[in-house]
Design a protein around this ligand. Sequence first.
Ligand code: GFB
Length: 305
Amino acid sequence: MSRIFVAGGRGLVGSAIVRRLQADGVEPVVAGRDELDLLDQQAVDSWFAEHKIDQVYLAAAKVGGIHANDTYPAEFLRDNLVIQTNVIHSAWKNGVKKLLFLGSSCIYPRLAPQPMPEDCLLTGALEPTNEWYAIAKIAGIKLCQAYRKQYGFDAISIMPTNLYGPDDNFDLESSHVLPALVRKFHEASEAGAASVTIWGTGSPRREFLHVDDMADACVFLMNSYSSADLVNVGWGTDISILELAALIADVVGFDGKIDLDASKPDGTPRKLLDTSRLSALGWGPEISLRQGIDSTYDWYRKNYS
Ligand code: GFB
């Protein structure tokens, strides 16, 4: 049986991949930060030499929403470059047979054609609020392609759209919009507040995919796909941030006002992935946004609030 390492196995995506593998009766290897510091090349190299891993899901990264990306550019660039370089290099050096690298839809130009096909990579300027993270992820894709070209290493790159689900970060400063709004509307509803304030103009459009669908796509691609060409993973339709806020308010049962704080950045005007490459390979998502928000809100109430 293959030995599978999920790097970042305690995070949003990594823990979903672990659950998905366990559902198939596979127990992947996970190493917490206390056990393995992915920023330490020596430590990562010794760890791989010792553990004899066959497959790697590289889901470890420094991540955050628009405010965190914009506030900590040095960490988003440096930590992600180092983590992915350490893992990809040590995996190859220690005989790993296959590696799946997780990128992000923010690698594409700010004003890319919508929906965004994989081949619009590097055809225009990036969104300034997350260009640091995007540059690190683009370097990760290029590293996978370079190791494939020079060493024949079977590394593939997958670009998820905005993800959400259980084990997400619900911190109001550093989280992405969906968990932030779940928390804001929940707290407003509990407190009987008259209004909730959301950031920006409410007009940017985003596509949201439940992380369990994402994990299923990762396992599918790990087992069936081998190419230097990246693959987008998304839900297929997008909604505006104001529509998302109204949907979350409805799930939570908040019937007050929604205010906009236009002093906060909007970020990319629209981010919708073209998923025709993945559809042609035979995979599609299953969890609708309404279902996904319902179950995420259940999880939040049980585990967080
Ligand atoms: O999810 P989010 O933080 O990141 O924000 P991005 C999406 C949109 O929601 C922006 C608005 O227009 C925000 O201004 N928004 C409204 C809020 N209210 C809130 C709130 O309370 N919290 C947050 N966080 N947003 C990230 C990138 O971009 O997407 C990362 O910064 C990564 O690099 C990730 O690619 C997937 O979708 O704009």
